[in-house]
Design a protein around this ligand. Sequence first.
Ligand code: BGC
Length: 496
Amino acid sequence: MPNARNLRQRSRRCAAAEASVKPYQEGAPGACLDAMAGFISEVRSSANGLIIRAAIIAAIGGLLFGYDTGVISGALLFIKKDLHADATAQEWIVSVLLLGAIVGALISGYLADKISRKWTKVISGCVYFIAAIGCALSFSVPMLIGFRFLLGVSVGTASFVSPLYISEVAPPRVRGGLVSFNQLAITSGILIAYLVNFAFQGLPGNWRWMLGIAALPGAALAIGMLTVPHTPRWLAQVGREDDARKVLEKLREGDEKADVDGELKEIREANEREAGSKVRDLFGPKVRPLILIGLGLAVAQQFVGVNTVIYYAPTILSDTGLSASSSIGQTVFVGVTNVVFTIVAVLLLDRVGRRALLLIGTIGLTVSLAVLGIYFAVPTLQHTAGWLALICLIVYIAAFAIGLGPVFWLMISEIFPSGLRSKAMSVSTMTNWAANFVVAGSFLTLNMLITRQGTFFVYTAIGVASFLFFMFRVPETKGRSLEQIQTELVGENSGK
Ligand code: BGC
């Protein structure tokens, strides 16, 4: 059984093998910029137009996810007046999406294996299109709640089939960056939503436009996915070896370092080891430690309170004494920081590695949570240093964006054996949405019970615990093929 020490040893072997082929030198001046430039030149030499197009189209799933996370708080201000929604109805309108996402993540684990990653994403785009129009045309609270649930099913599906699809078409050397296009799309979706909220507030029927406009990327996802291939790994898994070869040859066209025969052999061997895997194998002795990593990352990603910052940033800022409109303006600044630092992560993940960014990011966000707690605990600070809260929120979101944000979605697309990958990702994603639901629903209550500073200190403690968990359990995966990772982490003979 791969216990913590084995995982660490294996991850060190991964890192050592990697160090021998990477020119990146830690600590050298300008190393970060070199690493970013290195990633771009690696993409140029290994990822052709088809891969980039496939990654961008698949990442539209992330855009839908992010847009919805960001849009609802703005739209709600108008919905409550128009549809006469009381506090309970408003809570349902917001949180039913998270429940839908839990259901979506559950069923799409099955669909992604059964009907393919590609068709699951086409269906997710169609459902999103219908649900977005349904939300925009809703004339009553129950109707809106129903369509928000459907929207959630689509968002939950897209949230993990996007990284799954990209990880299975990307060349190993740039997989981290390409899979994290999805996180970049999530953060861009949140930012676009903030801007749409701002731009549409004066329009008649504003909330209907805010919710309805999302039908466009939904349609783009469904139509776009029809133009890209199935993943070679899924094709091989269902016995379509010839098609898998054809697709892989197209995906690796122009990459001088590619070894299509070698990759196919690895995929075949991994599939043979994994043939007939069942859901119960997820909890078998070999895969259990990996499931624990997936679930640990899923819970940590939400329990450090990221969505309280996304949902409640204007409230947190207005409590520092800012006017409502400056709070909303400064929230846009938080959204921009999220996008910018996700771009930094995309450029660094394949050079610096997942672990280093995860650990540095977790330290940054934990420190900013602690300072935020102190800020709310010390009244003089609130009178004299109102800017401190904004700085903390910015540092927090930047640290989340270079670490835990992208690394959770990336790692769960990499660490699981192929026969169990979609099921294990589906369980991890469901857990992430469930944790999101718990945090979103408890923030205001926690504030009342243990004060605002108490709440931030609880998140700080979770940040410390998460850091220790990552330090001792999370392996490095950069630069390895999915099959090599599988062999390193699960062993040669079986994935069960
Ligand atoms: C998380 C979301 C969060 C977003 C913020 C994602 O990785 O899963 O819950 O809203 O990052 O950027």
